[in-house]
Every structure is written in C-alpha cells, then in structure tokens.
Design a protein around this ligand. Structure first.
Ligand code: IVH
Length: 753
C-alpha cells in the first residue's frame, strides 16, 4: 500500500515535470490546463497525506514560470501569488472551515465573487498617473518586461485617472489583471488566418500569450488583445478596506474591470450564485475557466496569510473542464439530407465535463486540412454547453510519425457515386438525390416535430420503409397503402392504422409548414412564412423559379459570346465578367430599382469596351431577368444567397417531380386566405418609423388586416411612411423620394376609408 502511493507520487511527478517542460520551454503543451490541474491536484493531495514521500524536487515545490530569454526582467514589488483550486462546493465549505479556524472565534466572513478570466496575468505599474512598466507574472518574483507591448492594448489606460473629475491617482500604483482575447476577436483573427491561407490558432490563451511576447510591439498592436484589472498589488495611496472597494476604486480610475463582481454577506449566499454563472458561461464575451471567491475584508485576508504560493483568503472555483485531450482513432462519414458530407471523429473515450465523449464533429474536410488533423493524432476535444463536442485541433508535439493524413473519399460511402465540392464551398456533397442515406435523412427531417410532425414515423420505421422499397422520397409517404405495410415485420394492424391516420392528418398542414419541411438550405419557419405571404400557392413558386432559370440561361446566352470577345487581363474587367456570370446573386439585387439600366451598365462595364449595341442587348436581357425575379427579390428578409437557394430547389427536376406527386396525393400546397377586416390599404406598402403610440406589431397587424404590407426600408415603391416621435433617417429618405409622410391619425383615416 505504502509503496503504491510512493509509486504513484513518482509517476505523477515525472508526468508533471514533462508537461511543465512542454508548456514553458517548448510552448507546445501535450495536455490541457484542466488536465494538468487534475494531475497536480492529485499529487498535492497525496503529498499532503503522506509528507514523508514528498521530494524537494517535486513539481509542487516550485512556482511555475513564464520567463523567456528574449525580455529583460522586472522585479515585482510583492510576490505575484496564485490561487488554490476548489472543484466542487464541498471544497469551498472545507476552505471556509479551515479559514475560520485560523481567525478569532465568531468571525463572520463576507465575500466577493468574480469570473476567473482564462488569460495571462499581467502586473502594471503607474507612476504619477502614467503607465511606466508592465511585466508578466514570470516566476512570481520577477517577470518579463513587456511594457512596450502592453502599451498597445487599447482598453488599458496610459494615464489615470481617465476622467479628471475622479480625483487624483496615487503617485505609485501597481495593479494586476488578465490579458486575453474576446471570443469574437479570436474568431476574427482565425478568419484572417484562413483568408491568408495560414493555419488556425487553436487556443485563445496561448495565442494571447504569444501575441504579448512579440519582440516587435507593432506585431502585438495588430492583435486585438483586451485586458481586465482585478487587484491592487501595491499603492502609495490610502489603504483600502475591502476587495469590493478595490474594484470600485479601479473602476473610478478608469481601469477595465469585470462589471459582474458581486458581494455576498456569507458563503451560503455566494454559493447560490454559482449555478447561474455556470449557465452564463458560454454567453460571456470572454472565456472563463471558473470563478474567484475572495474574502472581502482585506485585513482578515492579510491575517489569513499565504500557504505556498496561494493566499488563503481567495480560491478559484473551477468549472468542470470543457476541453480534454485524447487520441483520434478513426473518422466516420455521414451524409445529410442536402447531401453534405460530415466527417465525425471516433475517439478514445474521454471524460469531459461529466460526460464520456467518444465521437466529435470534425466540421468539414477543409477544416481538417487547415488544422492538419491526422489519424492517430492526440487531439483537443471541446464540449461546451449544448453544442455537439468538436475537435479543436491536434497536438503536433505529441506525434510519433505513425499518424496518417485524412482526406475525403472519392465516392459517396452510401451510393458509391462520385462526390463533388462546389466552387467556393468548404463542404463536399453527394449530388445523388436518390442516395438512400440522403433520402433517409430528408425523410427524418420531413416527418419530425416542427416539420410535418408525422407521429409513428421514427428513424426505424423510415429505414424499414426504405429497405422494403415502399418509399423512395418524401412524396411516397402520402401514397402508402395498408396491405404492403402489414407485410412488414413488426407492423400490426393497429400500428398501421395509426400511421396512416397521422399521414392523412399531415396532408392538411399549412403551406408554410410544408415549405419548412422540405429542408431547403436557409428556409426555416420564418422564411417559409415570408414566402407564403408572397406566394399564394406552390405552383407560383415553381413557375417563378423556372422563369428565373430560363431568364438566366437566356442572359448567359447573350453575354457568352460578348464576354469571349471582351476577355482582357484588366482586373476591373475580370471583376465585372465574374459579376455577369452570377446575375441572380450579383446583378439583380443591385440593379432591381434602376430606372436607367442601360446607362448604369454602360458605366459599370466600361472596362470591357463593349459596343452600344452589345450593352443594349445585355440590358434588355437583364431587364427580363429582373422582371421575373422581382417577386422573390422584393421580399424583405430574403438575401440574394437565399433567393438563389430557393430558385435552385424549385427549379430542380427531381424536386419538381416529388412536389407534383405530393400535390397529386392531396398535400396542401396553398396559403390560407387571410380574412381581411377591410381593404382601405389594399396594395399599399407602408414603412413604420419612430416611436409610435402602440407596439409596432399591433400597427403591422392593423395594416395587414386592411390589405396593406409593412416593409422595413423606404424605396420608391413605398406608398406611405408612418412617422412616430423622433423618427430617423427613413423620413429624410422618404422626403427625398417624394413618398408621403403621415402620422398615426392619418393612417387610421386611410384604414377607415
Ligand atoms: S486573483 C492573490 N482574480 O487565475 C490573488 N486571479 O489560477 C490572485 N485570474 O494567476 C489572483 N481571473 O492570473 C484573481 N478575477 C481574478 C482572476 C484571476 C483570472 C488568474 C490569475 C491567477 C490565476 C490563478
């Protein structure tokens, strides 16, 4: 038994030494911080219980260091301490109990609670109100001099107080805080990386650290680092009594502080706030890895003192880790209802935040390539909130050379037809609309709650129906007969009756619900509602899509020979040619309101040196395309990409035949007639602006009930702008276009004829 413990201590020490080396010297950690913490915690506990086995060279016996050779060193005015960890509420109770034993009997402890920011510690000295020096934590005694780099962080004041009215700053003030990336800024940085064809950064904290430790501060300035200040290390000013006062003082001086610091009269009250923080974690603008609980009374905190490198008066309450490392064993491929390929990582099972994770999303093959994830890699896996776990990236330092590349297959694993990657897309697709896997997924979506909501049609039933070849597509559901169903295994009379009944009910779902259920990319219930507001029946949508396709084809027939002749290596000309080739997403939305189409095109296509005759033919053909596209493009809330998706879907021959079968089987494909209260506003388009006497939705319903339509922006097609109090630019625009501006009384008069 004793020697078991000794062995475990030696094992843990050896592992931790290795991880400290990889983290601090190689800057290539092999495990996550949380995993490191867990190992260290285990070692600390064992050593505390069996001090006879603790060696002087144990990893617990030194303060970690971030010192590097490139910077001169700055000595801190007081040790820069760390925090002990609590992993659950019982750790917090034990912590308070230990503290109370060290304090006079009857002492009451009140606390402040604030987020534990997941960045890197910084110590900044202000002299006579001016930022004089900044250092990393280093080994706690001295740190790297990163003054020039810290000066580039815009949220940090270079002079305090920022507001002269806040009184004087102490002659000397040393503060401590955390440097980090806001989540949005880190994502934006990775988008820039991707645009430049460079690999993505994996870990926000390591990237913040790397950004701060640039030798050239201009490089640091390019990164959008942020800082929050949470403590005063040393001050020439009057002493402060509490942590709470410290936060207030820092804020008054103009430091960025985390606004959500809260004060609690006792531990029980503070504990009630923990769950709330945990729930808010994912919606915060920055990453936090826990909360910090601090004894509010600074005199009591001082009295409690320090153990090792941790003050007894504060503790880190760590959230369950969201990330862990494990080995990538394999990749399985899914094909969704749109044909999109989804690679999924099969992992050596790993425990993350209370759940065992054995598979995780790899997003898409472009991402796999950009991150250089290989089969056999140690990978970081993240499981955050309700999001499906995903692979954050590989740990290249852990490779042994046996890892192999991951590439998309050439053929669909389900129907064996070749896969395609559309131009500009990150995903690969199976283009076969009859691929059994695609059909299965489309059916699952189609019958699900929120879509057609067909009870009794779970994935198992669907698979059985596909396997028996009773259905090939969603339309076949509506012509299912009792006899062949009864012949299937496990389908008794009652089950079949119920299924047929729920299918029959589904035939009567609203037109908007039918549209939602089709699973068109980007068409959820909101967009479906917009469509049914503007198209009374499926046939109108099908006709519009076909007319647009035909006009596009005609347009491309017109421009093709002209373009071939005009081809030039002028970059402006190339840009215009590219636009002409995507009329529905590029040209139509921009030129839909143009009254002088010919002149506009002449100006636009200047670089192509076309004849007046050619321009006239192009504008005529484009005018035709604009004409047939108008019903879709004028719908407020439908962008050009969505319009293109909709046109793609409804012009596709396979989809059209499926929809025709559904119609023939009696599925509702018409919008309900809205009962009108009156027709005083029939055909009128109205924009509401400013503060109105009633909620906007009430006026909108009133207008619609009287035959009018409400849109969001003013154009020539607007009939009236109804202006409330303090209206904005819409009124100016209306005045410029000569659109009548009326008030609510005038609107009611119109309604009442
Ligand atoms: S107080 C003696 N407050 O967490 C007081 N630290 O794991 C020590 N940290 O090194 C620090 N947010 O870099 C404090 N609100 C917060 C913090 C915080 C993040 C970091 C700090 C410290 C580490 C300890």
């Amino acid at each position: 038994m004793a020697s078991d413990i000794q062995t475990r201590i030696a094992e843990l020490s050896q592992q931790l030494h290795q991880h400290i080396y990889h983290y601090h010297v190689r800057s290539e950690p092999l495990i996550t911080d949380a995993e490191y913490d867990r190992l260290l915690q285990e070692l600390q506990t064992l050593e505390a219980e069996h001090p006879q086995y603790r060696r002087d060279d144990s990893p617990t016996q030194r303060v970690g260091s971030d010192l590097s050779g490139d910077f001169s060193k700055l000595r801190h005015p007081a040790p820069i301490l760390s925090l002990a960890n609590a992993f659950d509420e019982s750790d917090l109770l034990a912590w308070e109990e230990r503290n109370l034993r060290l304090l006079p009997a009857g002492t009451q402890l009140s606390y402040i609670l604030q987020p534990k920011l997941d960045g890197l510690s910084i110590v900044i000295t202000y002299e006579n109100g001016s930022l004089a020096r900044a250092a990393t934590r280093g080994n706690g005694e001295a740190g790297d001099d990163v003054t020039a780099n810290v000066r580039t962080i815009r949220s940090l004041p270079l002079r305090i107080p920022v507001e002269p009215s806040s009184g004087d700053a102490p002659d000397r003030l040393v503060v401590r805080g955390e440097i980090l990336f806001h989540k949005a800024d880190f994502l934006a940085l990775n988008e820039e990386q991707a645009a430049a064809g460079s690999p993505a950064y994996i870990n926000a904290r390591n990237t913040a650290s790397g950004s701060l430790k640039q030798k050239d501060s201009r490089e640091t300035a390019k990164r959008k680092l942020t800082a929050y200040i949470y403590a005063i290390v040393d001050s020439a000013g009057p002493p402060l009594a509490s942590e709470w006062e410290t936060v207030q003082t820092l804020q008054e001086l103009g430091f960025p502080v985390v606004n959500d610091t809260a004060r609690f009269a006792n531990l029980a009250e503070a504990r009630k706030a923990l769950a709330d923080w945990e729930a808010r974690r994912d919606s915060l603008p920055f990453e936090i890895d826990g909360l910090v609980l601090k004894v509010d009374d600074l005199a009591l905190a001082r009295e409690l003192g320090v153990v090792g490198k941790d003050p007894r008066g504060a503790i880190a309450y760590k959230f369950p880790a969201e990330e862990a490392t494990t080995t990538l064993r394999g990749v399985t491929i899914g094909v969704g209802r749109t044909g999109k390929l989804t690679p999924t990582a099969q992992l050596e099972p790993v425990f993350i935040g209370g759940v065992t994770v054995s598979s995780a999303s790899l997003h898409n093959y472009d991402q796999v390539k950009a991150l250089d994830i290989r089969l056999g890699d140690r990978v970081i896996v993240k499981r955050s909130g309700d999001v499906i776990p995903y692979v954050v990236g590989p740990m290249p330092a852990a490779r042994d050379g046996s890892e192999t590349a991951i590439t998309p297959p050439a053929r669909c694993p389900f129907c064996a037809l070749p896969l395609v990657q559309p131009k500009g897309a990150v995903d690969w697709f199976c283009g076969n609309a009859s691929c059994p896997e695609r059909v299965g997924r489309a059916l699952e979506f189609f019958v699900s709650r929120g879509a057609m909501d067909i009870e009794g049609m779970g994935p198992q039933t669907i698979n059985a129906l596909i396997a028996a070849r009773l259905i090939d597509d969603i339309a076949d559901i509506f012509t299912l007969q009792g006899e062949p169903l009864l012949a299937l295994e496990g389908f008794a009379q009652k089950k079949v009756d119920n299924l047929l009944k729920s299918i029959d009910t589904a035939k009567g779902r609203s037109f908007a619900q039918v549209l939602t259920s089709l699973g068109i990319d980007g068409v959820g219930s909101t967009v479906a509602g917009l469509l049914t507001d503007n198209f009374a029946a499926m046939q109108e949508l099908l006709d519009t899509a076909n007319a647009i396709r035909a006009a596009e084809a005609e347009f491309s027939r017109v421009i093709r020979p002209i373009m071939a002749a005009a081809a030039s290596d002028d970059s402006e000309a190339e840009r215009q040619i590219a636009r002409l080739q995507q009329p529905t997403t590029e040209l139509v939305p921009q030129l839909i309101d143009a009254s002088d189409l010919n002149q506009r095109l002449t100006r636009r296509l200047k670089a192509l040196l076309l004849s007046a005759n050619d321009i006239a033919r192009i504008s005529q053909s484009l005018a035709n395309l604009i004409g047939v596209s108008r019903p879709l493009h004028v719908i407020e809330g439908l962008g050009p990409v969505l319009v293109a998706n909709i046109v793609d879907f409804f012009s596709d021959a396979h989809n059209r035949s499926v929809l025709a079968k559904m119609l023939a089987a009696g599925v509702n494909m018409r919008a309900e007639e809205k009962a009108l209260a009156g027709d005083g506003l029939a055909g009128k388009t109205i924009v509401l602006t400013g503060t109105l006497s009633q909620p906007r939705g009430v006026l909108k319903s009133l207008i619609e009930a009287n035959g009018g339509k409400v849109t969001g922006s003013v154009s020539k097609r607007t009939n009236y702008v109804v202006a409330g109090e303090s209206p904005g630019s819409k009124v100016e625009k209306a005045a410029g276009l000569g659109v009548p501006i009326i008030d609510e009384d005038a609107l009611r008069m119109l309604v009442n004829g």
